[in-house]
Design a protein around this ligand. Structure first.
Ligand code: COA
Length: 314
């Protein structure tokens, strides 16, 4: 479905800055990542997006490609937990589109569950999707990013062929401030931040930059729908606790992505760019009426809909 340009792109970026460059993005059909890819394609690039669900991934790729006549966007079915599948996806992307100049490790899984209802397999599943998946993504694309650096060397001055050799990991702020019902996601995302640091340190000398984007509550996303209460009072309270007084727009994550991938972000490496209106500096234990802290944990209540029907046992 055509998306109005002003909903995913600020008016400050130059047309064609990613012309003939290629972006590889895991989880690229998701609400946030698809906008990051869309903005890259709108500004001249081509892309490969990966996902586990064939229909969602292929539809997502076609939808993103519609943003610019002549754009090439390939949907590749691959599970980030499978290193071989990620290697194959990266190889296919570089072969069919000519290179991988940029990457986004965006695939993630999450749900609300207290530790008492969280099985070992549930914890492991999120660790495998978020953490291992981000590691696999980095391992699969780094050789191609290194080749891109050779073609698009960056001295910090405005370069004639633009930039290349950059990776962004999508994280979260739960672990900065503490967030009940998110033991699995806090552990996984803390580790993702550290993987980015390692890439920055070990591959920076090869000219590759690695950064994290940490989105706050972004309107219209699956994450916000699934992880927060949606009645009018809860929404109002949630917004009131964010220093800028509102939820973010997907465009604001897309803009941060363009900044980090563009010439403007050339000296930014090993950074965690939090795009959340200042939310993480306010408390994370304010969970709305259903999961009110600490009452929920003292009451013996359970989170409804936990897969496998696990019950709270303290
Ligand atoms: N609450 C608690 N445990 C859950 C859960 C939930 N809502 N969803 C899955 N699990 C547990 C399962 O019960 C299982 O553990 P068990 O074997 O002890 O029962 C384990 O996690 C693996 O679940 P499974 O459904 O086999 O894994 P999967 O790889 O197919 O999917 C997710 C895992 C996280 C992707 C899945 O929960 C999901 O589809 N989430 C919604 C999409 C999403 O996360 N989007 C990201 C933005 S919020």
């Amino acid at each position: 479905m055509p998306v109005p340009r002003e909903t995913f792109l600020s008016n400050v970026w130059r047309e064609g800055i990613f012309k003939d460059k290629v972006l590889f993005c895991t989880g690229g059909a998701g609400t946030i990542c698809s906008m990051q890819v869309r903005v890259f394609v709108a500004l001249g690039g081509n892309a490969c997006i990966t996902g586990r669900n064939a229909e969602k991934t292929e539809k997502g790729a076609a939808d993103i490609a519609s943003v610019r006549p002549g754009a090439k966007v390939i949907g590749i079915v691959a599970d980030v937990r499978d290193m071989k599948a990620m290697d194959a996806a990266a190889e296919r992307c570089a072969t069919e589109l000519g290179s991988i100049d940029f990457a986004i490790a965006g695939a993630a899984g999450n749900f609300l569950a207290p530790m008492s209802q969280l099985s070992s397999n549930a914890f492991k599943t999120v660790m495998e999707i978020d953490t291992l998946g981000s590691f696999h993504t980095a391992k699969a694309v780094l050789p191609y990013l290194a080749q891109s650096v050779q073609k698009h060397k960056n001295s910090g001055k405005a370069e004639p062929t633009g930039t290349g050799g950059r990776i962004i990991f999508i994280s979260a702020s739960f672990h900065f401030r503490g967030q009940p019902l998110q033991a699995h996601a806090m552990a996984a995302k803390a580790a993702v931040d550290q993987i980015s640091s390692s890439v920055a340190m070990e591959y920076g000398p090869h000219g590759i930059t690695s950064n994290v984007i940490t989105p706050g509550p972004i309107a219209g996303t699956e994450g916000l729908e699934r992880l927060s209460e949606s009645d009018e009072r809860s929404v109002k309270e949630s917004k009131a606790k964010i220093p800028v007084g509102r939820w973010g727009e997907v465009k604001e994550i897309a803009d941060a992505t363009v900044f980090l991938f563009s010439d403007a972000g050339s000296y930014v490496n090993g950074h965690v760019l939090v795009v959340d209106g200042g939310q993480w500096r306010t408390t994370g234990t304010d969970m709305g009426s259903t999961w009110k802290y600490p009452d929920f944990f003292l009451s013996g209540a359970t989170v409804e809909g936990v897969k496998g029907g696990k019950k709270s046992k303290l």
